[in-house]
Design a protein around this ligand. Structure first.
Ligand SMILES: C[S@@+](CC[C@H](N)C(=O)[O-])C[C@H]1O[C@@H](n2cnc3c(N)ncnc32)[C@H](O)[C@@H]1O
Length: 121
């Protein structure tokens, strides 16, 4: 079986199917997961109170909100679109979930680069 060549991971990812206005910035467009499906996903993951749930590309924040509100999780979303970030943060505040849920307005790639990539000592 062919192995993925290492240089492939260095190429910028550009999603030509994206329909957003500045589509080249986004990896995927906003398509909301039905709430019934979100609940089932969180049930299947056996999310417990106090556990941390991340949604990379959090859209209108529904995964983060349901994880915090109905499963008692601490939930973090990362959303590149400012309008969706603002919409989800407003909803989080209105629902009184600010102590458990937050959305970061950034590209998940930036967050990955900032927080996850091993640094030389
Ligand atoms: C298919 S939607 C999923 C939304 C939500 N997770 C849900 O299940 O309803 C993907 C989301 O990822 C966001 N997105 C796309 N590229 C991103 C990136 N590089 N960093 C952060 N968010 C991104 C889009 O703006 C969109 O809101």
């Amino acid at each position: 079986m062919n192995e993925t060549p290492p240089w492939l991971w260095d190429l910028p990812l550009i999603n030509l199917y994206n329909t957003d206005v500045v589509g080249f910035m986004y990896d995927v467009p906003f398509v909301a997961t039905p709430e019934v499906v979100v609940r089932r996903m969180l049930q299947l993951a056996k999310v417990q109170p106090g556990e941390v749930v991340y949604d990379l590309g959090s859209g209108d924040g529904r995964v983060v909100i349901i994880a915090a509100k109905e499963f008692g999780a601490r939930a973090v979303g990362v959303e590149i679109r400012k309008d969706l970030y603002e919409q989800s943060m407003t909803r989080i505040k209105d629902l009184g979930l600010s102590d458990k849920a937050v959305i970061i307005n950034a590209s998940l790639r930036t967050v990955y680069d900032t927080y996850q990539r091993p640094r030389p000592i």
